[in-house]
Design a protein around this ligand. Structure first.
Ligand code: TXA
Ligand code: MG
Length: 322
């Protein structure tokens, strides 16, 4: 298949309406999209990603009314408040699904994950489409998510018809996932929106899920976001350079480079120590070094506060084994 890349919304719409897949930009990472009413498209998402069928997809729409009429089985005041405050934006909310939502999308669960993304090109496309799309991150299962159109191209060229080019992703890390389907709201995946931000809006204490049951947080287990090159993680300010003459190891620092290493074999996530910039650069750095010939990538954690907690979560997951 020939993969095109561009900003043609009419073409993206035609392909999607035809049951084909299109990679779409969001503010977090690129998604691999198919319309929710095409079982063929949804099956193909799992195939192209080599994603196990037990790992459900996030559904994206341009407005809350559409989400309510097609997906949400349990509307609530809390959902309305959160939508008002955080959408469009990097928050995914898990709610009870409508009966009609395909089990292919939800991996047979009675809940569905939903989000209104904050990217002008994607919102325009969703408004044209008049149907929501299911879109996991546009990477092979387990690999680092794509935060630029080039990242998508590097792995999915030849497998999908079109990449809608919305530039580099502004957040660069996947959305926060909040489970609102149970008695107690719980964070299933860390992201830019913090538990305390959510707690303020719904006047409740919001905690991280400790649930180890894959039926509750199916994507939260084991190795994820991993490059092929082995990764070794160091605490903030604790990076060890055992052999400065070795050209085989690549280093990702949080905010300070070192003169002991070649400029090419080191990257800094944010010279100013800015967490937003660091988040934007993390997947770029991992992918860049992974595509070169290094035998190991060493990476330093960010300060464990605010967005740094999501950055560190992703860094640590690069090393966990399945
Ligand atoms: O930022 C993002 O969320 C990006 C962009 C494209 O929107 N999407 C993304 O999708 O990261 P994906 O499929 O790579 O990760 C979605 C996660 C998976 O870990 C999945 O297990 C979880 O959401 N999930 C989906 N539906 C769920 C549900 N009903 N209950 C619990 N977790 C769910
Ligand atoms: Mg993913």
């Amino acid at each position: 298949m020939v993969t095109k890349i561009g900003r043609d919304i009419a073409l993206a719409k035609d392909l999607l309406m035809n049951g084909e897949l299109v990679a779409v930009p969001t503010e977090t990472v690129y998604g691999l999209a198919g319309v929710i009413n095409s079982d063929k498209a949804i099956r193909e998402i799992f195939q192209v990603k080599s994603r196990p069928s037990y790992d459900p997809l996030i559904v994206h729409a341009s407005n809350l009314e559409t989400l309510k009429s097609t997906l949400i089985g349990s509307p609530s005041k809390e959902l309305d408040l959160l939508a008002e405050e955080f959408w469009p934006g990097p928050l995914t909310i898990v709610v009870k699904k409508k009966e009609s939502v395909s089990g292919l999308i939800t991996a047979g669960l009675d809940t569905v994950a939903i989000r209104i993304p904050n990217h002008p090109l994607l919102i325009e496309l969703l408004e044209e489409l008049e149907t929501p799309i299911a879109a996991p991150s546009a990477n092979p299962f387990g690999y680092v998510s794509p935060s630029t159109p080039q990242h998508v191209w590097d792995q999915l060229a030849g497998e999908i018809g079109y990449i809608l080019d919305g530039g580099d992703c502004q957040v660069g890390l996947e959305s926060t996932i909040l489970d609102l389907s149970k008695e107690e709201p719980k964070i299933l995946r860390k992201g830019k929106i913090l538990p305390e931000d959510i707690g303020k809006v719904i006047s409740k204490k919001v905690e991280y899920s400790k649930d180890k049951d894959p039926a509750v947080a199916p994507g939260n287990f084991g190795k994820h976001y991993s490059p092929n090159t082995p990764v070794k993680v160091f605490g903030e300010g604790k990076m060890e350079i055992e052999d400065p003459d070795s050209k085989n190891i690549a280093y990702i620092f949080f905010n300070k480079k070192t003169d002991d290493l070649l400029p090419d074999q080191q990257m800094v996530l944010s010279e100013e120590g800015n967490l937003e910039e660091a988040a934007r650069n993390l997947y770029k750095a991992l992918r860049k070094f992974d595509s070169a010939e290094y035998t190991q990538i060493q990476i330093e954690l960010a300060p464990e506060k605010g967005l740094g907690m999501a950055i560190n979560d992703r860094i640590i997951r690069t090393t966990k084994s399945l």
